[in-house]
Ligand binder design. Structure first.
Ligand code: ATP
Length: 194
């Protein structure tokens, strides 16, 4: 079994996440992609929306998509969400499976600062997704030959852009799935300047 994992803050989930998960599924012939919702990202500032809201938005976005599954593993563990710990848990849960960690270019460029990067590449294959503004030629040489770079159109959408648009009262229609847009507006998430 080949399991992809897209780890993220999903603050909120957007079409970029869905497009890269679909590309990874298809290009790497994965059986499924787990959307691993971070409790607390060690390399980023604290998420704006609570973990439960971020998880619910992921569930809404993945409804009717059996190959995409939301995971609560990091939320249940709490504290800083280190990839190496998550991979150890996944190896226990799915012995014999092959794991493919999907990362955007911004995230892979920080690879040397991850906790126990050598263990991460022992336990998972890395699928790297190009992202506008990030130069993959600067990737840690340790990763040379150890990553699969997805061939995909670059998508200049980020959760930061969506939060900023909401703070400014701008529409986010089509940047996130319709059910996610409804949830954000009903709950008043990201609506005050923050
Ligand atoms: P923020 O703007 O808050 O930093 P984000 O849009 O980067 O958020 P995350 O939830 O942090 O979203 O991303 C999860 C993973 O998906 C990361 O590996 C990130 O690099 C990747 N990713 C997110 N958006 C894109 C995109 N448009 N293109 C390629 N990779 C992306």
């Amino acid at each position: 079994m080949k399991i992809g994992i897209l780890g993220g803050t999903f603050d909120p989930i957007h079409i970029g996440h869905l497009i890269i998960a679909e590309e990874a599924l298809w290009q790497c012939r994965l059986d499924s992609v787990l959307f691993m919702v971070t409790a607390h990202p060690p390399h980023k500032k604290s998420p704006e929306a609570p973990a439960e809201d971020r998880f619910t938005m992921v569930e809404l976005a993945l409804e009717g998509e059996p190959a995409f599954r939301p995971s609560r593993l990091e939320i249940e563990r709490g504290g800083n969400s280190y990839t190496v710990q998550t991979l150890k848990e996944l190896h226990r849960l799915y012995p014999g499976a092959e794991h493919y960690w999907v990362v955007g270019a911004d995230s892979v460029l920080e690879f040397s600062t991850w906790q126990s990067p050598d263990d991460v590449i022992q336990m998972a294959n890395l699928i790297v997704v190009p992202r506008p503004g990030f130069d993959l030629s600067q990737t840690d040489p340790k990763l040379q030959g150890k990553t699969h770079v997805l061939r995909t159109p670059e998508i200049a959408v980020s959760s930061t852009i969506i939060r900023a648009r909401l703070h400014e009262g701008k529409p986010i229609r089509f940047l996130v799935p319709a059910a996610v847009e409804r949830y954000i507006l009903e709950r008043g998430l990201y609506c005050v300047a923050g």
